[in-house]
Design a protein around this ligand. Sequence first.
Ligand code: DGJ
Length: 706
Amino acid sequence: MDTLHLRRGGTSVVLDLSATPHPAMVHWGEELAGSTRDTLASLAIAAQPQRVSGGLDETPRLGLVATQAGGWLGSAGLEGHRAGTSTSARFEVAGVQANDHRATISLVDDEARLAAQVELRVGPSGLLRQRILVRNTGTTDYTVQSLQAVFPVPWDATELLDTTGRHLRERSPQRRAFTFGTHLRESRRGRPGADATLLLAAGRPGFGFEHGRVHGIHVAWSGNHRVIAERAVTGEAFLAGGELLLPGEAILEPGAAVQTPWVIGSWGDGLTELSSRFHAEWRARPHHPRRPRPITLNTWEAVYFDHTLPKLTALADAAAGVGVERFVLDDGWFTGRRDDTAGLGDWYVDESVWPEGLHPLIDHVRALGMEFGLWVEPEMINPDSDLARRHPDWILRGRMALPPPARQQQVLDLARPDAYEYISRRLHALLDEYPITYLKWDHNRDLADAGSGPQGVSRVHAHTLAVYRLLDELKMRHPGLEIESCASGGARVDLGILDRTDRVWTSDSLDPLERLTNQRYTGLVVPPEMMGMHLTSPVVHSSGRTVALGLSGAVALFGHFGIEWDLTSVGDATRDEIARWVALAKRLRPLVASGTVVHVDGTDPGVDVRGMVAADAASAVYTITQIETSVAYPAGRVRLPGLAPSRRYRMRVVPVGATGRDAAQSPLAWAHHETVLTGRELESVGIRPPVQFPQQATVIELIAEP
Ligand code: DGJ
């Protein structure tokens, strides 16, 4: 029995290379400490199914690239054909290159004239990355219809979690039973989309953040993708994912190859552990943004398209006054862009608004000690723009008529060298002319009928690669440039784009109550310091809800902190309170950028408890948010998990804004005394939360005794 054991960061992957017809993954998950060659061989034997009535003579097994010719009758790893013929594929192992945590398995099918390579890598924090390359070794074109990487999950993982959503409410969780059959999630919007699932997870029933074995996968790709969870009656359950290839996107000429993006799997006892593997691995990349995340003011909700120098310099003054470090000029600065109906594509500063260019504003911003950032939406074009009038053929479309408009705009065909060249030159020119250290890169519509022209080819795959190239080139030519991935808020959140950008705009909703869920589930994969979280103006623009600064501040604390508010309109007391939140965010940002995010599985739907625990567990900060009234009055105890069990922690309420309903209540005993508790006591027993009105939040800081 020929087995391969990859292990790292608490994860083991065991492959049975002699499984027929294809190598199979026998285990992915908990590190199998103590396993030996013998026991692993036995494990592989123990995974072999018996023959049963009514089935194939050899019960099929889920191989790394499972196909029908290999007996697999579920969702295939590879489907393809040669102009409708030669649909059969069945690979054999041609070679294996491996060390203790990575393997490349080469497969061939001489009859089908195909070769494949499966790469498996277990990262330092125990993430499993997988991607598959298929090459046409024949003499005629081979069309790949679908190609996906498979991740077997334990048979007792009987509950699924994924996310859906919409503009202003991305990454809403949904759960269902993982029953027999296939649960399919596809993204066909040319970007992941607001409704995309960031993670598809399967776990033991009732798994939460703190408990329950759970495995999940994410497709690190910013175009179309698909993920499935499938339970087969032959006794195998698995997750699988890859790019969703549009018709004709992968017609391989002789010698050509197509490769899936990285599909990344994580597991844990609870979602906190699963997520922390993603966070740790992302943070370990050499190009991860390491300098303290600059406190950002974004101008969008402060001025929208109403750009005037006096207003914006006043806003910059107010921003600097509360401690802002990066001032970002949002949409509305370029030619013809007086509203959202025109101008996209004309990336020249609008002289009617900015007769001296952006220099006066940028000089002012920099003189105040802040960096300057600029909004762009390079992939888009308004039919009402000089660019569209000059180059109507640069607009993506599959037929003569333009695709249905969205926000009055269309998409540029960046896979065309001339269109790419124009956009690239404009962006480089702006970055050369102005000291811009940050681009807010927006993408405000789904791609629909995205062809290269009438009777043309599908362009989503090529467009995605062109965007990656553009981002990479910008970063290379402008060292230190940071880029935010925004797409009507958080409609392009994935680890493909986040390997080339520095944060995501998590949602256009700044409503703190809505943000609690959005940020919790975006954080399943995205490290907190890469999620833009901003203070909102008191009346939330997207929901009409009136919220207190204390709530807005507490909810924005565990991310890349910023402000989205017309600060020229606030009074002295509010300005002082904003400055205190900014100061707190600055003090906590090293913790946010390196700590472990903890979500508490509470029983009280009225109370949200989440925290950030330092990597060495020497300190932690938690927020307790009263979402709605609790039935219990005062609310029952809450636990603060994630600390070092035997260390002793000194607790205090951080006096940053108004907390609790102090006036009407007797003092909260622990908050009015010097209170020291062990990590175990805090996790297992907990504390009484303060009595709060709905929509109030309290920040608690814990410091371990030396
Ligand atoms: C959508 C973004 O999410 C907003 O923050 C803002 O930048 C607008 N686009 C500008 O058009």
